[in-house]
Design a protein around this ligand. Sequence first.
Ligand code: SF4
Length: 366
Amino acid sequence: MSEEKTREEFLAEKKHKKQLMIQKQNEPYEIKVRRAEIRAREFIRELDARGYEAHISVGGLDSITLLFFLRKIGIDVPAISVSALEDKSIQRIHEQIGVIRISPGKSKVKILNENGFPVISKRIAGKIDTLQNPTEKNKTVRHAIITGECGAQGHFAKNSRMKLPKKWLQLFGGYENENEGVNYQIAPFLVSNKCCYFMKEKPCDDWVREHNSKPFLGLMASEGGQREDALVEHGCNYFGKTTIRSAPFAPFLRQDILQLALDLNVPVPEIYGEIARKPDGTLYTTKAQRTGCSMCGFGIQLETRPHRFDLLRERNEKEWEFWMYKCCTDPVTNERFGWGRVLDYIGVEWEDRYIPEPEQMQLNLY
Ligand code: SF4
């Protein structure tokens, strides 16, 4: 009974924090920008008191905008990035604005072969990774992933969010067939959410340790996923036992970040096109809305064609061919394979060259 109450309290607190975030997200742009400035200054003050330096971790447009914002309000801290993983046009901007380059910890090919494919979503990939790497220690978690039943640590929740959604359970749950008396499939490839850790976080962590520094991050809760959960839980500035970080843009929506980028004259890397306004006033980037590694598959199942692999094919057929057919070696058959196998397995079309629907084609009949 007391466990049940703890769980209720836990859920009530979570709900309250989520409501607070929604309230902040609904505030006017000017107030959000002002608050971001206050949070950034508070973070620096607290780091000074604790004897830490600060830096900013830079990737795409959001964090480039954060860098310009911090410089504008007089917070001039080093900017670091594993630039090599970004699109060439982003790398050029990094160079122009003085970003310190850090080498990737592990190559993309090694990640795919040794850890697995970053596919579906970070949360789901993490669960599949756990199923594919069973240990005595993760037994309870694996049970929860298949059944939704959590142990004491999970407040004995049943049907929890730990459970893999049905579609993915069917395709990836087979590792636990014997333990759970179920009959799911086993994928002919590895899946992992550790790409960011090995390629970006670990090499950055090494720099951070060396420089006794804590990061500003350009994250927004409105992006959803695990990031949203962490930002809702801990707010803009977080001083935890193992993590200290500031995300002054946590309550920003896409519109706010694009407006701020315009206000601060932020150079927009070519891959995004330019920031334009729709007739209803909504801001958008004319090309990519977000960027990532060319071999990133998170969210691919939600895209319509032409999806990111179609666009990659248009930009660079050779690179596309490599990621689709050749980037991995099957440890059993020694056969070369790539994203093609993964996309076929999860039911995403890719092989036939994308041909636009007639109404999308600019037909000149005269
Ligand atoms: S962009 Fe995708 S593949 Fe690249 S590090 Fe981030 S999550 Fe991993």
